[in-house]
Design a protein around this ligand. Structure first.
Ligand code: 7GP
Length: 821
């Protein structure tokens, strides 16, 4: 007998029933006395039930149709909260709000109680999250693979203005979104040694023996697209001990150290490395990378073998694998190991399969972020993989490199997978380019620099492998969810098709001249500023006026992003206000949000400096409301969702050539925050889209930076030539702000004695001038709102749906598969 299907309808009554059933039967709670958390969990589960139907359907259809799927390998996914996004994407928002309302519960309160899923550091991890949303929305068969970290990115607190880190136990109480899949558990080998064996025909075969093993338990999180029935999954691996696993103790610095207190094997998925440039040389990090890669590849291979008996040469036609930066690059020798050692394929055939399967996205040009593993460490953890890398390298150097540059030892040195100067290291970026059929940068300028600089020789060898795929953001979360008021105004004005085709936002262009539309748009912005002002009051104890200009810099704290350049301008303004109290200056609130890597000393010094200047400025009666500075603690996705709609000005002021793309720049522009920025990363393309009259560009270009460095850059020249700048730096590094003149010497030294590596002093005056242009422009509110509207209308290009469709077409060659309702 077929059981009666449970009621998974989308009506208010069905949802009410589901929520109550989960309260009673899943959580064992009385409706009358259930806690807030119980209500939140029950609501998530009611939504999840409806979503899982589509997840199962999607998986079945993808399998049955035998289409190629993309497997996105990323060490980070910065998902944020899921409930509101899932409700809005699946169209259940209104009915759920009503269902809860009828039971005396406020959906908004529940939404705000959800802990962020912070399994990422910054741009790279948030991009992966936006891509997952878009993959489901545009109906592409996809699986995301990553690590089920027990502790996500640390929670940040300020104590006396200094950053203090606390563990983020995001799933201490479990998470209603994730489902364990024990039947797909995998075993991973590590350490050990390699022996050569011969089969009956005298063919050699490498065997990896005496290894230690770890288990990987997969957890699936369904990914709901907007107005589509495709539900892909994000599969995250949790490390578990396998019998007598015996791990060495490593030295990672106190934050990570403090968390590594439980069963040793389980440390592998315990904590996300809190550094967004890299953690070179850390054994645990290499083990994390291999662990999730090995589990994921085993899973992909399992799926390839189930249901078909296809030859291995068909593998790439079933599976595309995208490497999100070099963190999963060990997948290349791992697939070679599977094909050659386990499946017995000839080397050349295996290599061709690898190259066809993999593609690689580079996210940074910063030299310190280019991953290299010492050969000694690599050999100890992954002895067979090192042998494979050596063999790949040999064939490459003696094959293609020798053919193109016969006898050129220098070319071989730069292209080699092994860095030989100053110790031997495996270069993961070179391995990634060589083992893939496509390498992409994340903005046009970044891709050009990859081809001209970082990978110039690879580009000369394989020009067709390189392409640009400018980043994007999901307009559902970054407009529909975080700014439903603006989303509704847009829909009321041009219909709702923009949610799936962001280019349609251009239809708003003429409304920039419509006073009625402008008034509505301006009111939405102001309402968000009122809300943010309340948050600032609560979090920072500072009263700010929503009529001030909200000037926002939110991103990781990094010298190249130049939060300290922002600070130089703030201190300059402070002095100007004191010198000239009657100057016609529009009141401003400078708003920061940023986490610094726990071991990044100078970044922490900059946070402390900003907080110390804030404390002085905010309490100086001579300044009053003209200038406020606030640093919101614990910047994260859910806080970004509150700051972005309330922002007037978006600070994108990195040294040209350093920010690969940026995605915060896109989110802010979409929400009508005008950019003040350098010609760096995607700012260049934002200017092209919104028009140079609707953005404030300043500072050195990439070419000018190169020229200046070639000439010999000396920050002291700028210091002595510019009295304002000199006074500003001297003031910050005096005892004025903290009572201790030593406090900000590290910052001063980096700007002067250590050569100002990110050229803050060179860009100081142009930046101050650009800020003066902003001040003048803001005084004409009508015109400012018009510019803001044109930003919203013209950034459709930066939808991650567009980016993902380009990946699908140009790199993965994936079909769209529509799942019926
Ligand atoms: C970031 C880049 O810094 C940022 O410009 C870009 O928008 C983002 O990736 C997405 O492409 N990089 C990282 O977050 C990162 O960890 C080191 O890079 C590999």
């Amino acid at each position: 007998m077929t059981p009666a299907p449970c009621d998974l309808g989308n009506s208010t009554d069905s949802l009410k029933n589901s929520i109550i059933n989960h309260l009673r039967f899943t959580l064992g709670a009385y409706v009358e006395s259930a806690s807030q958390n119980d209500w939140w969990v029950a609501t998530c589960l009611a939504v999840r039930d409806r979503v899982m139907e589509h997840a199962t359907k999607s998986r079945t259809l993808h399998r049955q149709s035998g289409v190629r799927r993309v497997h996105y390998l990323s060490l980070e996914y910065l998902m944020g909260r899921l409930l509101e996004n899932n409700l809005r994407n699946s169209g259940l928002y209104d009915a759920t709000k009503q269902a809860l309302g009828e039971m005396g519960k406020d959906l908004d309160v529940l939404l705000d109680s959800e802990p962020d899923m912070g399994l990422g550091n910054g741009g790279l991890g948030r991009l992966a999250a936006c891509f997952m949303d878009s993959l489901s929305t545009v109906n592409l068969p996809a699986i995301g693979y990553g690590i089920h970290y027990e502790f996500g990115l640390f929670r940040q607190e300020f104590v006396n203005g200094k950053q203090v880190e606390h563990p983020d136990a995001w799933m201490r109480d479990g998470s209603p979104w994730k489902i364990a899949r024990p039947s797909y558990r995998q075993t991973v080998q590590l350490y050990g040694r390699v022996v050569q064996k011969f089969d009956d025909y005298g063919h050699p075969r490498s065997e990896w023996i005496e290894t230690k093993s770890l288990l990987g338990l997969p957890w699936d999180i369904p990914i709901v697209g907007y107005d589509s029935h495709t539900v892909n999954v994000l599969r995250l691996w949790q490390a578990q001990a396998d019998e007598d696993f015996n791990f060495q103790v490593f030295n990672e610095g106190s934050y990570v150290e403090a968390l590594r207190d439980k069963a040793i094997a389980e440390t592998v998925s315990k904590v996300l490395y809190p550094n967004d440039s890299t953690e070179n040389g850390k054994e645990l990090r290499l083990v994390q990378q291999y662990f999730f890669v090995a589990c994921s590849l085993a899973d992909i291979v399992r799926r390839f073998k189930v249901g078909y008996t296809l030859p291995w040469s068909d593998f790439p036609s079933k599976a595309a694998i995208q490497l999100n930066d070099t963190h999963p690059a060990v997948a290349i020798p791992e697939l070679m190991r599977i094909l050659v050692d386990l499946e017995g394929l000839p080397w050349d055939e295996a290599w061709a399969i690898c190259q066809e399967t993999f593609s690689y996205t580079n996210h940074t040009l910063l030299p310190e972020a280019l991953e290299m593993w010492s050969v000694g460490l690599f050999e100890r953890v992954l002895p067979r993989h090192l042998q494979i890398i050596y063999r790949i390298n040999h064939s490459f150097l003696e094959g293609d490199v020798e053919a193109k540059w016969p006898g050129d030892a220098e070319k071989k040195r730069t292209l080699s997978l092994i860095e030989e100067r100053g110790g031997k290291y495996v270069r993961m970026a070179n391995l990634s380019v060589l083992g893939s059929h496509a390498t992409n940068g994340v903005a046009a300028l970044h891709t050009r620099l990859l081809c001209e600089r970082l990978f110039a020789d690879f580009y000369a060898l394989y020009p067709d492998r390189f392409l640009n795929l400018t980043n994007g953001i999901t307009f559902r979360r970054w407009l529909d969810v975080c700014n439903p008021q603006l989303s509704a105004l847009i829909t009321e004005t041009i219909g709702d098709s923009w949610k799936k085709d962001a280019a349609l936002l251009r239809q708003l262009d003429p409304y920039a001249d419509d006073p009625a539309f402008r008034a509505k748009y301006a009111k939405i912005k102001r309402d968000h500023k009122v809300v943010l002002a309340e948050i600032i009051q609560e979090e920072c104890g500072v009263t700010v006026s929503p009529d001030a200009l909200f000037d926002v810099q939110i991103k990781r704290l990094h010298e190249y992003k130049r939060q300290h350049l922002n600070l130089l301008n703030i201190v300059t303004l402070y002095r100007e206000i004191l010198d000239n109290p009657d100057a016609d200056f529009h009141p401003r609130v400078f708003i920061f949000g940023a986490k610094a890597a726990p071991g990044y000393f100078l970044a922490k010094n900059i946070i402390h400096a900003i907080n110390s200047v804030a404390a002085k400025v905010n309490n100086d009666p001579r300044v009053g409301d003209k200038l406020k500075v606030v640093f919101l603690p614990n910047y994260r996705v859910s806080l970004a969702e509150k700051i972005i709609p309330a922002s007037d000005l978006s600070e994108q002021i990195s040294t040209a050539g350093k920010e690969a793309s940026g995605t915060g720049n896109m989110k802010l522009a979409l929400n009508g925050s005008l950019t003040i920025g350098t010609l760096d990363g995607a700012n260049v393309e934002i200017e092209e889209e919104v028009g140079s009259e609707n953005i404030f560009i300043f500072g050195l270009t990439v070419e000018e930076v190169t020229e200046l460095r070639a000439k010999g850059y000396n920050p002291w020249d700028y210091y002595w030539a510019n009295e304002k700048l000199r006074n500003t730096i001297d003031w910050i590094s005096s005892d004025y702000f903290t009572g201790n003149a030593e406090e900000f010497q590290p910052l001063r030294q980096s700007l002067l004695d250590h050569g100002d590596p990110y050229l803050c002093l060179a860009d100081y005056q142009p930046y101050v001038d650009a800020q003066a242009r902003v001040d003048a422009a803001y005084k004409n509110q009508d015109h400012w709102v018009k510019m803001a509207i044109l930003n919203t209308a013209r950034v459709g290009k930066f939808s991650s749906d567009r980016t993902i469709l380009e990946y699908a077409e140009k790199v993965w060659k994936l079909p769209q598969v529509v799942i019926d309702g």
